[in-house]
Design a protein around this ligand. Structure first.
Ligand SMILES: [Cu+2]
Length: 146
């Protein structure tokens, strides 16, 4: 939980005005309900897909799988960086209940089984590439209603 509080504070301090960020939204592959997202700065592409959920209550854990690509090939995140999920409800000004943690399944494949949302509605998801000092080096953003 402390981990999440630190990240939340970091987000509030550094990203107080989300409008300052250039937000690139990915394209949707509606058949697979998989999102394809391009990182802002670094050479990463992410395919994100819910394996469970998303659930609009904090009793159920939503499961997000992320496929990481560099030069069109599944690739691990470079050492020194790790993936972090974040989501908030912009209209209500609060974050999700739990961010969970990613576990590497295989080359370029990461699963987060521990995401919890407080309620249904319009969410803005974020995937961060965070360094050892909890500084976000890159990110992608995508909206979702459920
Ligand atoms: Cu809300």
């Amino acid at each position: 939980m402390n981990h999440f509080i630190i990240l939340s504070l970091f987000f509030l301090v550094s990203c107080g005005s989300p409008q300052n960020h250039k937000i690139k939204e990915g394209t949707t592959n509606s058949k697979l309900s998989e999102k394809n997202l391009q990182a802002q700065i670094l050479d990463y592409q992410f395919d994100v897909k819910w394996l469970g959920g998303p659930f609009g209550n904090s009793k159920q854990q939503s499961k997000l799988i992320v496929f990481v690509y560099r030069n069109s090939k599944l690739s691990d995140i470079e050492s020194g960086l790790h993936l972090q999920f974040y989501s908030s409800m912009p209209s209500m000004g609060h974050p999700m209940a739990e961010a969970g943690e990613f576990v590497r399944l295989s080359e370029g494949v990461y699963l987060n089984n521990g995401i919890k949302f407080n309620m249904p509605g319009e969410w803005m998801h974020e995937l961060w590439l965070v360094d050892e000092n909890f500084d976000t080096q890159d990110y992608v953003v995508w909206p979702e209603s459920f």
